[in-house]
Design a protein around this ligand. Structure first.
Ligand code: F3S
Length: 401
């Protein structure tokens, strides 16, 4: 890689030990990926976890005097007051989370603890280079916003936040953002669950390509969030285009010549749905918000419940900012009375949910079901309306599986 004078001086330690290490790591990645130069980034998002290895790295960077020099947000861990105070999280996990928070706070990160940071202030613009980790967030900013990010790890995004640079390769290059496969979708994709289903069903067929989806789409922001989340749970698709919807879709088809086409049939979607959907019978709790629910998704839950009380607990995960907004609205009181708890700062894939181990749970998110299986959380997946019907005791026998 060709390094500028400033970049070389960071490497030699002019901006501290932590910045030198960050630069060395990024230069190593750049060399491995055949990047030519570094480019500046003004935003980063770090998929922190409270696990020992991530914490070790964050504390090492802090000890080296590292500070975030750009707008840098972080993924959720868990709400210490709710889970620690309620005795759900062990002392050890609370301590790890506190140390993690302290390290990132000291380094000047914005502790918004959300996996939808673009809904919470960290929104890049079309064509902007950024360094985002968290697979659903990377897919969203690349595909729906048209910003440019490689699928960073927590560590590489942290390094970029410290030096304000990322190596130029992969999805930062225009030629790698063009479609390499057309994906024709037979079924009209309209509601948010359809988008999840499409992502889940199409990921393996797409492989490592950049897809351009074609068909009938009635897209919402939340539907597109779900599409990116599931494409990157069932597969690895950090950039996708949707004809007539995403900003680079027209550009993506230009100059591609003849490329492979594949079709996601109505039958394949029905089969994926049949495999995914589980039974609501005997459900003991519902978790929504993987990825974090937006304000409008929580409004929808409120409208659907219409003042009725769920017979089993319903948790909604969202950003702390949205949770605070909800608590100030009359809706906040209504949701509490309906047995719904809105929690900020929290990911479903955290040890704080251990108290639900072995219980029968419902979610509208295939990603939630997939990642929590290793924690022995037993989720059935179904659309939001059916989750809520089951929570209200209206759908106890629903079983599409
Ligand atoms: Fe967000 Fe955690 Fe799901 S980071 S996308 S709630 S696995």
């Amino acid at each position: 890689m060709r390094l500028t004078e400033r970049e070389n001086s960071i490497l030699r330690g002019a901006e501290g030990e932590g910045a030198a290490l960050a630069m060395e790591i990024l230069a190593g990645i750049g060399e491995a990926m055949e990047a030519d130069v570094f480019v500046p980034v003004a935003r980063a998002h770090v998929s922190l976890s409270n696990q020992e290895a991530d914490l070790w790295f964050a504390e090492k960077m802090l000890a080296g005097g590292s500070r975030a020099r750009i707008c840098a947000t972080v993924n959720p861990g868990f709400d210490i007051d709710y889970f620690g105070g309620g005795g759900f999280a062990s002392d050890r996990n609370v301590k790890l989370t506190e140390r993690c928070r302290a390290a990132y706070k000291e380094m000047g990160f914005i502790l918004n603890f959300t996996c939808t940071p673009y809904l919470d202030g960290n929104l890049p613009r079309l064509g902007e280079n950024v360094a985002f980790s968290e697979s659903s967030a990377t897919a969203f900013v690349n595909s729906v916003v048209g910003a440019r990010s490689n699928p960073e790890s927590a560590q590489s995004a942290l390094c970029s936040a410290i030096v304000g640079l990322t190596p130029r390769y992969g999805l930062l290059l225009e030629e790698n953002r063009r479609a390499s496969v057309y994906v024709n979708v037979e079924r009209e994709i309209a509601d948010e669950f359809d988008f999840s289903l499409l992502g889940w069903a199409a990921a393996k067929k797409i492989g490592r390509n950049v897809p351009l989806f074609r068909g009938g789409f009635r897209a919402s922001t939340e539907g597109l969030i779900n599409l990116g989340a599931e494409l990157n749970t069932a597969g690895r698709v950090p950039l996708f285009h949707v004809e007539g919807v995403t900003p680079e879709a027209e550009f993506a088809r230009r100059g591609t010549g003849t490329i492979r086409e594949l079709t996601v049939t109505d039958r394949e979607l029905a089969e994926a749905e049949e495999k995914l959907l589980g039974t609501a019978a005997g459900a003991e709790g519902v978790i929504l918000g993987c990825p974090h629910y937006s304000l409008s998704q929580i409004c929808l839950v409120h409208r659907r419940l219409a003042g009725r009380k769920a017979g089993i607990p319903v948790w909604i995960l969202t950003s702390a900012a949205v949770a605070a907004q909800i608590s100030r609205l009359p809706m906040g009181k209504d949701l509490k009375e309906s047995n719904v708890t809105v929690i900020g700062d929290t990911c479903v894939d955290q040890p704080c949910w251990g108290f639900l181990r072995g219980k029968r749970l419902l979610t509208d998110s295939p990603k939630c079901c997939y990642y929590t299986a290793r924690r022995e959380l037993n989720f059935s997946v179904m659309p939001l309306a059916r989750c809520l019907d089951a929570a209200l005791g209206k759908d106890a026998e629903c079983n599409a599986g």
